[in-house]
Design a protein around this ligand. Structure first.
Ligand SMILES: *Cc1c(COP(=O)(O)O)cnc(C)c1O
Length: 450
């Protein structure tokens, strides 16, 4: 049936061999080049006759891949790194070879069934009801937006007298929350967190009530809590905020893109108490659950409300709308989707959940050790005791430019990738440790340059 010619066969061997080498060995960190530099090295790659698979692969190996930072390198500690398990990466090859359609049960029942079990592991850890459910979307940004669109839709049906819909969140909430408000053309009430950086129920309640009394025709319809801020790993008061939201008939959404992964880590599970009250939550397996890009688990307490908001209606789609079948397309802003939850599912199914807890605890052990190393370093000052796996600190006496220069040099020397951030207006450095292969000695190697 397929034209799997000897030429394709030969290329298959080359591609698999390259993939295996990439998986087997720690690649160099590598780093970006300018478009001009890349053009000089790669030239125009799109031609009428084609380069041939061998040539195109070589171009990728020798030029393009080297201009991409390896996000799974144990000393890539900037932003939030990625640390897919070998199993997850290997299974991504299978997903790529399988032409799966992940949007509907009719087409992808087996894949969707498996994805849903992986989602259920997360919703069970959170203590959500049996009837909860959701979908893997591209990332936390789309997850947050889809959840908030569901929330607004739910309230819009009930309240026709509202002139402006508004969400409430900590001023330290992730940029994607503000972006969602922009996209939805709604207001956002930003509330100052406490001194320790967490949003607390009393501040949220006071701010929301004050806002409503000053703006009688506006309605705060969702309160967003962050379970692990990206910058410092701070967890808002989930239990208190949940009650604050419930008592005001407001949707409670928890953005745990980074931090909620630690629901499976017994040592920190109590920090997330109250998560069981969420109307919706997100967590990115591509961040701290050892899955490759791109996968965000979006889970709703009542998925029917999500379907009411997101189901696309079109003549050619009507055949798909069967009450008893779970169509992942119906639960977020998307239609066609790859079965992006499968690499995560495979790794989880193959390793078992205990391994996940262990790997998670290991990253936090390294984070605690890193904090200790920072405390013992004469030039450094810890910004905050890490509650999860982010370690933030200052280099005493440095200006922003010093941080930038150091960071560039660290990458140029291929020692590590750590970028400056800011806290309370001051530049800081932060290590985000999500890779179980990051060792205490990796941290020491980086700290030795400070
Ligand atoms: C990373 C992050 C997001 C955005 O997720 P993407 O997958 O990058 O779109 C949202 N919220 C928090 C708290 C995050 O850490």
């Amino acid at each position: 049936m397929h034209e799997f010619t000897p030429e394709v066969e030969a290329l298959a061997k080359e591609v698999l061999e390259y993939s295996l080498i990439r998986l087997r060995t720690d690649p160099p960190l590598d780093g970006p080049k300018t478009a001009q530099e890349l053009y000089e090295l790669a030239g125009n790659t799109i031609t009428a006759k084609g380069l041939g698979g061998h040539e195109a692969l070589n171009l990728f190996k020798d030029v393009l891949a080297k201009a991409c930072i390896s996000t799974d390198h144990p000393r890539y500690l900037a932003f939030i790194p990625s640390a897919p398990s070998e199993y997850a990466n290997l299974f991504d090859l299978v997903v790529g070879a399988s032409a799966l359609y992940g949007g509907s049960w009719l087409e992808g029942a087996g894949a969707v069934f498996a994805e849903n079990q992986a989602l259920k592991w997360i919703s069970d850890l959170a203590g959500m009801p049996e009837t909860s459910g959701g979908v893997f979307v591209q990332g936390g940004t789309i997850g947050n937006l889809s959840a908030l669109v569901t929330a607004r839709n739910t309230f819009r049906e009930k309240r026709k007298d509202v002139s402006r819909w508004v969400i409430a969140a900590s001023s330290d909430a992730h940029s994607s929350i503000k972006s969602a408000a922009d996209v939805m053309d709604i207001g956002i009430l930003l509330i100052n967190p406490n001194q320790d950086g967490s949003l607390q129920a009393d501040s949220a309640a006071a701010a929301i009530d004050k806002y409503h009394s000053e703006n009688p025709s506006h309605q705060v319809f969702a309160l967003v809590a962050t379970a692990g801020t990206t910058n410092l790993g701070i967890i808002d008061d989930l239990e208190g905020l949940a009650r604050c939201a419930k008592s005001r008939d407001i949707w409670f959404h928890v953005d745990g893109a980074y931090g909620l992964a630690a629901l499976c880590a017994p040592s920190v599970r109590p920090l997330f108490n109250g998560i069981e009250l969420a109307d919706s939550l997100i967590v990115d397996p591509h961040k701290w659950l050892f899955a490759p890009f791109d996968a965000c688990a979006l889970i709703y307490r009542n998925p029917k409300l999500a379907k009411a908001a997101h189901l696309q209606k079109a003549a050619y789609l009507e055949t798909l709308d069967d009450e008893d079948e779970w169509n992942p397309s119906d639960y977020a802003i998307h239609l066609t989707r790859r079965a992006r939850g499968l690499p995560f599912w495979f790794s989880l199914a193959a390793h078992g959940t205990d391994e996940y807890a262990k790997a998670m605890e290991r990253t936090m052990e390294v984070a605690r050790d890193a904090a200790e190393q920072v405390r013992n370093h004469k030039n450094l000052k810890l910004v905050i005791e890490p509650s999860l796996s982010i370690v933030a600190f200052e280099r005493v006496g440095w200006e922003r430019a010093d941080y930038e220069k150091w960071s560039d040099q660290l990458l140029a020397d291929q020692i590590g990738f750590v970028t400056p951030s800011a806290h309370k207006g001051k530049p800081i450095l932060r290590f985000a440790i999500v890779n179980p292969w990051t060792k205490e000695s990796d941290i020491s190697a980086i700290l030795a340059t400070l």
